[in-house]
Design a protein. Structure first.
Length: 309
């Protein structure tokens, strides 16, 4: 095996493991704080990790390139600020299992973006794969109380924010640099979220002072390791393996592994309906990932369900 392939597979494996913990951690932190506060703190810890790493590697100028600044700001606003608010606000209202399942709608948005934003064709195989994903989510969710649909809706919309950030980057950046994009996602995402948080919520959305010693380390891991670390590993795997191969390994695997993590960390048990839905969804994502590439440029890629991505 080539060294690059081995490194790429190792990074992809890390993405699977990393992504499987995201829904469970989201339930732990949103139990103590609001979705907006979680979004800000996770992004802030990710931004600190990004700045420290880029400073150590002498790559800070990548964040402040005048030509790329508007694009990088948009990537941070869409891919982190908006996506995190949607994700954590949704995760607060539903189970970790449903959280992992709902963000598998990303191939649907990728298909639409590929056609209407990047101008590529819509292969029938991908359309059928997206249909299987939608069916799987519908089967797993089943009939929910009306109160639960807000959380599900927020989560179903989250991948649109991720995909939008990819469309912006692919159309406007001449060089698709993983470190530049990862840093922008969390540094500029935090700068966008901070005034919104101060205006709408402030410290009222944080847990009580007595709970902070337990809360802050958890959200720090959530932001620096699961979010920023997962993003870097994803881009690194794509660089070494190619987009389709990485997606085929990571995207169907992380949600399935997250079922075990959700059980071990939160005690959530999978119902038969959810298991069938996950199987249909995983099959659809895998078929989507393995379908032939279209267009001259790489398509907007699907992040593993981190995001968070």
């Amino acid at each position: 095996m080539k060294r690059a392939d081995f490194a790429g597979l190792a990074l992809a494996g890390y993405c699977v493991l990393n992504g499987s913990f995201v829904p469970a951690f989201a339930k732990l932190t949103t139990h103590a704080a609001s979705g907006l506060s979680n979004a800000l703190l996770a992004s802030a810890f990710g931004g600190v990790a990004a700045l420290a790493l880029m400073l150590a590697r002498g790559q800070l100028p990548l964040l402040f390139d005048k030509r790329d600044f508007p694009t990088l700001l948009a990537v941070g606003a869409l891919g982190t600020a908006l996506a995190f608010v949607l994700y954590y606000s949704g995760a607060k209202r539903v189970s970790a299992i449903e959280t992992a399942l709902c963000v598998q709608t990303e191939p649907f948005y990728s298909l639409l973006g590929t056609r209407f934003v990047l101008g590529h064709a819509m292969p029938r195989r991908r359309v059928a794969a997206v249909g299987a994903i939608g069916l799987g989510i519908a089967v797993a969710i089943g009939t929910r109380p009306v109160s639960g649909w807000l959380g599900l809706g927020l989560l179903l919309a989250t991948p649109l924010a991720w995909q939008s950030s990819h469309w912006v980057a692919l159309k406007r950046l001449d060089v698709f640099d993983p470190m530049q994009l990862s840093g922008a996602r969390y540094v500029y995402g935090t700068l966008v979220l901070l005034p919104v948080w101060l205006l709408l919520e402030g410290t009222a959305g944080l847990p009580a002072r007595a709970e902070l010693p337990a809360f802050l380390p958890t959200v720090a891991v959530q932001g620096a390791v699961l979010s920023f670390g997962g993003t870097l590993a994803w881009y690194g795997a794509v660089k070494r393996l190619d987009l389709t191969r990485t997606t085929a390994i990571v995207v169907p695997s992380a949600p399935i592994v997250s079922l075990l993590v959700s059980y071990l960390v939160l005690g959530e048990q999978v119902t038969l309906r959810q298991a069938i839905g996950f199987a249909l969804t995983a099959a659809g994502v895998l078929a989507f990932a393995l379908s032939p590439s279209v267009g001259a440029k790489p398509e907007p890629h699907m992040e593993p369900s981190i995001g968070l991505e």
